[in-house]
Design a protein around this ligand. Structure first.
Ligand code: ZN
Length: 331
């Protein structure tokens, strides 16, 4: 059971935390403070902005931190609730999943009030926050092991929310929007938004557990364009460019769309994210780890497509994804 240290309905800008009570070897009885800020300008829509669902995805965290610093409640119509490091225990350890329970926050929704620490975070969002929310956006950034083409991300599902999601993806304004057939993961935050009737998109901006200026700027600009689109801000700051027209790429995670390492070794990618590739085209060379006399293996793409993400590390284990590809679609 999480408790907010600040009144999320109070006017103005406030910073506090969601207190997660936890007891383990390190914490006999501690409150783990999940950062939350609210910028409340009075009547209007409520927007939820999250990052750090995975603790090693920094560009989204930095973009939300910048927005927290910049947003002026006098300019806000409605309310913006910002959670820059939603899986705070994972953020503290620079890990994708929580060090407290080994769980992936984007797989455990709806969680439980008295469940695992990660499940309690999910439960608070789904049961307490999302019912108050009109629109949501969740920033991801690839993580330690992956880099993505900078992109919006949405679940395709028939129904009323789809038009609003597509409009949000266009407003977010990155050149690519990744589309996943729902329900690929009912345990994700986007799955929770679908269940609670909240139009929501996510984003994948870069990756590799780095902080670079361009992805942060792209995330910040997309957030401002969304706040204008959703009627929370009248205008974006002067340094926020107009968005570009987005193209939709259907992403699937099956083996037919992935290049998988057949043995453990050192991988040398031969293509870049965003490249259009053909079936049979060379994807990577792989030096087997256990045989220094062996020539590198050549890995190939299984199908035509667009490279949507690639590994962000040099060493791979047998079974690791080296590339994921998607297929352009019209929506
Ligand atoms: Zn992520």
């Amino acid at each position: 059971m999480l408790t907010a240290s600040i009144d999320l309905d109070a006017p103005g800008k406030h910073h506090g935390f969601l207190g997660l009570i936890h007891s383990d070897h390190r914490h006999a009885h501690s409150v783990i403070p999940i950062p939350v800020s609210v910028v409340n300008g009075g009547d209007g829509p409520t927007v939820l902005i999250t990052a750090g669902v995975h603790g090693d995805e920094y560009a989204g965290i930095a973009a939300v931190r910048q927005l927290i610093a910049e947003l002026d409640p006098e300019a806000v119509t409605g309310r913006v609730i910002l959670l820059p490091q939603l899986n705070y225990p994972a953020c503290l350890e620079n890990t994708r999943v929580s060090p407290l329970d080994g769980e992936n926050l984007n797989r455990v929704f709806p969680g439980a009030a008295n469940g695992s620490p990660t499940g309690q975070i999910a439960h608070y969002l789904e049961e307490t926050l999302l019912p108050q929310v009109d629109f949501a956006v969740d920033l991801h950034s690839g993580g330690t092991t992956a880099r993505y083409v900078p992109s919006g991300f949405l679940y395709r599902r028939d129904g009323d929310l789809m038009d609003a999601k597509l409009a949000a993806a266009r407003a977010f304004g990155l050149a690519t929007t990744l589309v996943v057939d729902a329900p690929i993961s009912a345990g994700s935050l986007l799955g929770a938004c679908d269940r609670t009737g909240v139009p929501a998109i996510a984003a994948e901006i870069s990756g590799g557990a780095t902080l670079e200026r361009e992805p942060i700027a792209a995330g910040r600009a997309g957030l401002y364009r969304l706040l204008v689109h959703w009627g929370v801000l009248e205008t974006a700051p002067d340094d926020v460019p107009a968005g570009v027209e987005t193209s939709y790429v259907r992403l699937a995670f099956g083996p037919d769309r992935a290049v998988v390492a057949p043995v453990s070794g050192l991988v040398v990618p031969q293509q870049s994210i965003g490249d259009a590739v053909r079936a049979g085209e060379v994807a990577a060379r792989l030096y087997p780890m256990e045989d220094q006399g062996a020539p590198p293996l050549t890995l190939h793409f299984p199908q035509d497509g667009v490279v949507t993400s690639m590994i962000a590390r040099a060493d791979v284990r047998r079974g690791d994804f080296v590339y994921l590809t998607g297929v352009p679609i019209d929506l």
